[in-house]
Design a binder for this molecule. Structure first.
Ligand SMILES: O=C(O)CCC(=O)C(=O)O
Ligand SMILES: [Fe+2]
Length: 216
């Protein structure tokens, strides 16, 4: 379980796509065995009712809006071998992004997400307004054998035009998406089946009025 969870040869095309179009999607990108372990972990958390309803906004502005987003989450806490292996892979990706793009990324935060049937996440960008904290967003999908009529795709929209869809991503286990957090609008379309993923963000150091701005 110690080897890198993705093929390093796929890094160059990922970086090129981020530069050229602001987003990348790779199928069978993350090791299947690792995806299985992560899927088992989030499924168990859902079964135990150990996930928390996700909100929007941060700090005191954080509130639930089921009309905007309907997932339940659990922040990765390095509690399992699978989590640690995934975080090691993201750390490798962070180094490549920093070397190639001088992004100065210094931290990665991520949570499991579980979307019950009928839930969705309306079109948004991931970086909160006025805070250049999240720089690159990542999503790893965890459901094996996602059916064509399962819904729950992620729609990616053009940077300058959130009406123009440029990609639609089926949430199949192993598929990995990443995109620029501040400029790429995206949406989770209503899912018909329980949908499991890990959403994560590479962050840059940011401070607010002299206070450091912690992750999450
Ligand atoms: O699960 C996805 O496809 C995207 C999730 C997302 O946009 C988010 O958590 O900010
Ligand atoms: Fe998002």
């Amino acid at each position: 379980m110690n080897r890198l969870a993705f093929d390093p040869q796929r890094l160059a095309p990922l970086v090129d796509a981020l530069v050229a179009q602001g987003w990348f999607v790779g199928e069978a990108f993350i090791d299947a065995e690792l995806c299985q372990a992560l899927f088992a972990e989030v499924s168990q958390l859902a079964e135990l009712d150990a996930l928390a309803a996700a909100g929007i906004g941060r700090g005191s502005e954080h509130h639930l809006r089921r009309d905007i987003r309907g997932d339940a989450i659990h922040w990765l806490d390095r509690d399992s071998l699978a989590q640690r292996r995934y975080l090691a892979a993201m750390s490798e990706l962070q180094q490549s992004l920093n070397q190639a793009l001088y992004l100065g990324l210094f931290e990665f935060e991520a949570h499991f997400a579980h979307y019950p049937p009928g839930s969705f996440y309306k079109t948004h960008v991931d970086s909160f307004q006025g805070r250049a904290n999240r720089v690159v967003s990542t999503v790893l999908y965890l459901n094996p054998g996602w059916p064509a009529d399962g819904g729950g795709e992620m729609a990616i929209y053009a940077s300058q035009d959130s009406q123009r869809e440029v990609a639609r991503v089926r949430p199949e286990a192993g598929t990995f998406a990443c995109f620029l957090s501040e400029t790429v609008p995206h949406e989770v379309l209503p899912t018909r089946l329980p949908r499991a993923s890990i959403a994560g963000w590479f962050r840059r150091n940011a401070s607010l009025g002299g206070r450091i701005d912690p992750a999450r």
